[in-house]
Design a protein around this ligand. Structure first.
Ligand SMILES: Cc1cc2nc3c(=O)[nH]c(=O)nc-3n(C[C@H](O)[C@H](O)[C@H](O)COP(=O)(O)OP(=O)(O)OC[C@H]3O[C@@H](n4cnc5c(N)ncnc54)[C@H](O)[C@@H]3O)c2cc1C
Length: 455
């Protein structure tokens, strides 16, 4: 059969989520993938990087175990074994996902697909017709003009996730989420790390308080960074890569990781020919992920929304449900949880102080220092939870820095998305001693009845 209700191009987070939900709704589905089912997130992104970060955490625990009265010795990192652990995690999840797609009766087509008309995708000379076409071709790591990725000395995250050694020194170009996560891993593995960021702060999209908290923690860990200074050029020799900045400074390291953002995979795929509205390679959609061409939809990193796997899942499900006639609510992108999985972690949901003010809110803020939290002391982590709220109104943003704070987002996103006020959360008893208690304490303080906090 080559006629389907839904033909999906790209089997990453956005594409496979759309396939699974569509088939659940009784639609016939074809899912086309040229590489591996699971896409960037499973094979080159979220999962492998988080496995590396966990190995880094274990390395740091063994280095600092005597702080807890446990005597161990950190001997070194065996990258072959680290990669075997990481690849094992990926492989298990990959097998599970393949089984899932099969069990849901999705027709899985391997090969390079191209949109050849408004309702057809061609793969290996065969045309697959869909009442609906969902484009989910994802993104690729960008570089800067004049900066050639050679894959050994000048690399992107694609090579960084499977290196067979720990480099002695690394320059990370770009202090966004991906750059900071790799900086954190390599520091834990024993490399000398310098981040170069053109904007005034690391993870500049986060609330300024979170950026400053991460910068403080990175400084303490001995991760170097240069902020507000732009890249000029890079040169290579046998010793490594030398990066020159516009302010005249130079840095040399064994490896240069280019982490300057990701661009949409949309060239030569027939998108323009089909008449799709595009902007700098991104496919433009409305709040239900509909393109300007009826029957063609687009999701995930291919559209200019937050480049996160769970956003891809959400958009894929949204499209399936819209096609299935369920008339789902559009996604509120402010309510999407965001995590940088470095040590320490940075997690947030909702608006930053600057965004809340821009939108005309009369803003109140509350900073709760994790120093007052028993579990944070037990873990020996530092950090804070910052609340941004409307005066006499709901919580507008929650911004957290500290070990494991990503896990606190489950509650934080309910608070934001259900438009809770501080007093609603203050009346909920949080388990003691947990890090989640800090979320409760911050809201107690914002509601005017602080318990374990000064002022
Ligand atoms: C290093 C790194 C770490 C990350 N960490 C996180 C994280 O911790 N949490 C998080 O939420 N997000 C993370 N992300 C982002 C996340 O991986 C992406 O947002 C997500 O994968 C986007 O899903 P997608 O379906 O849009 O695209 P992709 O996952 O890129 O999938 C697109 C798929 O389409 C296929 N394809 C493309 N063109 C064609 C064609 N012509 N024919 C057939 N198939 C085609 C590709 O092979 C690919 O499998 C990370 C990304 C990177 C790079």
């Amino acid at each position: 059969m080559s006629q389907f209700d839904v033909v999906i191009l790209g089997g990453g987070s956005g594409g496979y989520a759309c396939a699974l939900r569509s088939s659940q709704l009784g639609l016939s589905v074809a899912l086309i993938e040229e590489n591996k089912l699971g896409g960037t997130c499973l094979h080159r992104g979220c999962i492998p990087t988080k496995a590396l970060l966990h190995a880094g955490e274990v390395a740091d625990s063994s280095r600092h175990s005597s702080d807890f009265g446990v005597n161990t010795q950190f001997i070194g990192i065996d990258m072959l074994a680290v990669n075997a652990y990481k690849d094992g995690v990926v492989s298990k999840l990959h097998k599970g996902l393949q089984g899932l797609v099969k069990s849901r009766n999705v027709t899985y087509i391997e090969g390079h697909g191209r949109l050849v008309s408004k309702n057809e995708v061609e793969v290996n000379g065969v045309k697959y017709t869909g009442k609906n076409i969902v484009l989910a071709t994802g993104s690729y790591p960008k570089t800067l003009p004049g900066l050639d990725i050679d894959g050994t000395q000048i690399i992107t995250s694609e090579q960084a996730i499977s290196m067979d050694r720990v480099p002695k020194s690394v320059i990370v170009l770009g202090g966004g989420v991906i750059g900071c996560e790799f900086a954190s891993v390599w520091k834990s593995f024993g490399a000398e790390v310098t981040i170069i960021e053109g904007l005034p702060h690391l993870i500049a999209l986060e609330d300024e308080s979170s950026s400053k908290g991460l910068e403080r923690a990175f400084r303490k860990r001995g991760i170097n960074f240069e902020l507000g200074t732009r890249f000029k050029s890079a040169s290579k020799d046998a010793k490594g890569v030398t990066v020159s900045l516009e302010d005249g400074k130079t840095f040399t390291a064994e490896v240069l990781l280019v982490a300057v953002g990701r661009g949409p995979v949309s060239a030569n795929l027939g998108y323009e020919e089909a008449g799709l509205t595009m902007d700098r390679g991104y496919v433009i959609v409305d709040n239900k992920c509909r393109t300007n061409v009826p029957g063609i939809w687009a999701v995930g990193d291919l559209i200019p929304t937050l480049q996160l796997a769970h956003v891809g899942f959400g958009e894929g499900i949204l499209v399936a449900e819209e096609i299935g006639g369920l008339n789902p609510r559009p996604i509120n992108y402010d309510g999407v949880p965001r995590v940088t999985y470095s040590e320490p972690e940075v997690a947030s949901v909702g608006l930053t102080t600057a965004q809340a003010k821009e939108r005309g809110h009369d803003v109140v803020e509350l900073n709760y220092d994790l120093a007052g939290n028993g579990k944070a002391q037990i873990l020996k982590t530092a950090g804070a939870i910052k609340l941004v709220a409307a005066k006499n109104g709901p919580v507008l943003g929650i911004h957290m820095v500290g070990a494991r704070v990503g896990e606190l987002l489950a509650e934080a996103q309910l608070i934001f998305n259900w438009e809770a006020e501080a007093s609603d959360v203050a009346s909920l008893i949080h388990a003691h001693p947990t890090l989640s208690e800090a979320v409760g304490e911050a809201h107690l303080a914002l509601a005017g009845k602080p318990l374990h906090s000064h002022g």
